[in-house]
Design a protein around this ligand. Sequence first.
Ligand SMILES: *Cc1c(COP(=O)(O)O)cnc(C)c1O
Length: 819
Amino acid sequence: MTKKKNIDPRSGMDIDSFREDIKQHLKYTLSKDTFSATEWDNYRSVVLAVMDRLHERWIDTQQQYYDDNVKRVYYLSMEYLIGRLLDNMLINLGLQDVAAEAMEDVGLDYDEIRTTEWDAGLGNGGLGRLAACFLDSMATLGIPATGYGIRYDYGIFYQSIQNGYQVEKPDLWLRYGNPWDIVRPKIQYDVPFYGNSHAYHDEDGELQFEWQNTHDVLAVAYDTPIPGFKNNVVNNLRLWKATSSSSIDLKSFNQGQYIDAVRDTQLNENISRVLYPNDKVFVGQELRLKQEFFLVAASMQDILRRFKKTEDDWRNLPNKIAIQCNDTHPNLAIPELMRFLVDEEDLPWDTAWDITTETMAYTNHTLLPEALEKWPVSLLRNLLPRHLQIIYEINSRFLEKVQASSGDDRGKVSRMSIIGEGEDPVVHMAHLGIVGSRKINGVAALHSDLLKKTLFRDFYEMFPERFTNKTNGITPRRWLRQCNRGLSDLITEKIGEDWVTHLDQLRQIEEFAKDQDFVEKFVEIKQENKQHLADYIKEKRDIDVDINSMFDIQIKRIHEYKRQFMLALYAITLYNRIKENPDLDIVPRTILVAGKAAPGYTMAKLFIKLMNDVGEKINNDPEVNSKLKFIFLANYSVTLAEKMIPAANLSEQISTAGFEASGTGNMKFALNGALTIGTLDGANVEIKEEVGDENIFIFGKTVDDVDKLRHQGYNPWEYYEGHPELKKAIDQIRDGFFNDDKELYHPIVDSLLNKGDYFLVLADYEAYINKQAEVDELYKDQDEWNRKAILNTARVGKFSSDRTIRDYAEEIWRVEVDR
Ligand SMILES: *Cc1c(COP(=O)(O)O)cnc(C)c1O
């Protein structure tokens, strides 16, 4: 045995020191022995040993940024859908195998420890997961970045299914504490609300404004380390928790109102209590507006304080920092920065405006009108009176310019106004974001193009140089290296490990698509992954699934535009075909669906019930269930995604063209060797370009077709009457074939036949089931299928979030990257 020399044993990267630290922490940090330790104690001891190996790197990285006085990137997001962190931390530190052996030495099972961790679900879906992938890529590329967000007490609700219905339960992710974050009790800021804007003249006779008589809430910092992949960089994710400001209760305290004062404390803490569970829907509640300003105000104070430590000229701000807003949710940062520069730092408006518009950038995530944030002026006037004034000032100066350039287009001023006029005027947060930012980006080529042509057309004409595309990506660390160790090791065996940070290198495995030995191993791994998922289904649902059947998967938030209903129609069609002809020679399929519906989204919740009823019918029919199964798995989350994606043969990406801004689930599946059946929507368009037309199943109406059809006047009845299989499926849903309550599904049928089928399910049905027939044909030829699956993995390197972040760094943030 060699003795360790001069190494702080707490950052030793060998098995011995790691094992000793687990033991030390169990005893001296948690005061337990191996007999009294619970699973959670064991898990915590392991995390503490991992944290020991992060601290030095974390401190050094931050010190280095300071010493080098680098330009910083600040990512502002209301959501981070992180998932479990243990694997991710160990992989990025290069410690996974060391830790596994050390755990084994002390009698701990790696997988048991790993699964003891609570899934951190501080997000709804794609937008929050994107922020999490970006953190990983920014650290891996050595970008001096900090993520800012809110430390919600309750993340996205836990979904259980009872009698086929979604039931929401609170997500108590902090019940036993979060071992990955560190509270910074001394890093806290007052976040003011309410009060009034006081106008006065200063000594020089200049008109000034002061926001006064505010009610303050305290924001306290909680930091989570974000290590890059094997580069010793550790960035910071800083989440704010709301608590009571020390100053508020003095008066009532003196009057003996002790209990009232303390109760007030509770109200303040409500700000960071719970994540709003809506995906792509704007809910105009005051508490949500408070959350958004809470994030912005605390983060901006932190950012500006850091700038001030080394700089004295505010005009240098855009050279030293870039602020990226993940959707419009943090766009109050624009008037907040203006307020700070003008009111507190006495800068002239124009100077402050130049600084602001050179510093800010905004990412648009959707064209859906119901998702666009429009805050009532009345709410803002009450909660943030000075910001409302500033927004009016920004708007009036902006509209003067619009007026001057609008010629005889009389509607332009009102179309472009940040303030939407009407009974109850609103602040249009996307317009504020465009007017106040240097760059505005969409999240896939098609989406960015549509932004310029439709939603933001006027703005594009005025500021063409501000509009840009940054096609989304996913981190290869979590979405291949971590979730699919088998495939990951096979790839590394052939081409080395560089692909983990340079995903384009997967092109090198193209040549193995015809190598019999490689193909066999690839298939074996897929079968293993399918078996793992089958075991999970058996455990959770007591259903036996055949791992030789095609695993056909749709997992994502439940939304009408994502058309889970169309997949259900297809399943019903297959069911009917088998019932009519029990000897039918079809490819056995296991259709798997998972996803949460927003608690207030009635139609989406009814889809969940329908899918469960359809599943009951199919799975319990002995004439059918050896050829077809339809299973809805509860509580879709990052953890469930990591189990399902590596087991997929077919990836369902079937949104109505023009509605899915990018999608990132589509990328995860293709990377793990599933073939896609999808519409020409979002990033599917670019996936098709990368993998080749012959390696993807594209069907259905394009954006242009959708446009034309709507103009002609779309009549869903024609499609219903014109296709007997479609008619039969819809009639069954309507007439109580899947549920004794004959009324239950009438709202669905009504929306299709009597309310215009806005998402064109009936119009795309035939193209969809015909394309599914082609999928079947290919699946019968397993050699061809496997070859194409390998080509999918080999050709989707573009969709690494490292590439996305390199693009942001170069064009939007103007910072250097390491690799
Ligand atoms: C990737 C991911 C999403 C986004 O999926 P889409 O298919 O792009 O909508 C949503 N939720 C989770 C848990 C994810 O991992």
